[in-house]
Write a protein that binds this ligand. Structure first.
Ligand code: ZN
Length: 203
């Protein structure tokens, strides 16, 4: 499996990082080794001193496909979860300045803590879901999927022109505004519609 992550999919977040709002989705990949599941602790890596959380709705692909048309994209997923797209912001900044790929800042081991998946039919509409993150019991980030620049179906249609989607692939659909640093000892807890689905410690 692979993780496809969408950058700059909420305009308020693009603004906070001084990016223009993109005209087509921006995506990058994280490998399977980026997954961190079962609420296992995350160990702060030695190569960064500015590790940021990005809280994102995660969509699980349930059918193989490529060149998927937007109008059929909804047939390719029926479960969602919540995940953290950990980003070494200091390394990412250096890569951006040099015009180099982001992998060292985004694709490292355990950079994608992810909740168990939950059936999408528990929610009324994938583009009308609130999600949030608490650190040490204080809310630090809240998002609403209605604010996505590119809907999940548009993202699937776009990405699948370039990269085949396979059963079990996960799409991290982008972070809303409010990203920030974590430190050792922090307790992170992420919610969909107020329900706690992911909880782990930074060690
Ligand atoms: Zn992200």
């Amino acid at each position: 499996m692979k993780i496809i992550a969408i950058g700059r999919n909420y305009s308020e977040h693009a603004k906070e990082l001084n990016h223009a709002v993109p005209s087509s989705p921006v995506f990058f990949l994280k490998p399977e080794t980026a997954l961190l599941q079962k609420n296992k602790p995350f160990f702060y890596p030695s190569f960064t001193s500015d590790l940021h959380y990005e809280t994102e709705i995660v969509v699980r692909i349930n059918k193989n496909g490529k060149h998927i048309e937007e109008q059929f994209a909804h047939r390719y997923y029926d479960e969602i979860g919540i995940g953290i797209d950990f980003t070494a912001r200091d390394l990412q900044q250096i890569q951006k300045e040099k015009g180099l790929p982001w992998e060292i800042a985004k694709a490292f081991d355990h950079s994608a803590p992810t909740s168990p998946m939950t059936p999408l039919n528990r929610y009324k509409n994938i583009q009308d879901i609130y999600f949030s993150l608490k650190i040490n019991d204080k809310q630090v980030q809240i998002g609403h999927t209605a604010d996505m620049i590119f809907t999940v179906d548009k993202v699937i249609a776009y990405v699948s022109q370039f990269v085949s989607l396979k059963i079990g692939d996960l799409i991290f659909t982008g972070t809303p505004a409010g990203v920030g640093p974590v430190k050792i000892g922090d307790q992170l807890e992420a919610f969909i519609e107020g329900e706690s689905l992911l909880k782990f410690e930074i060690k």
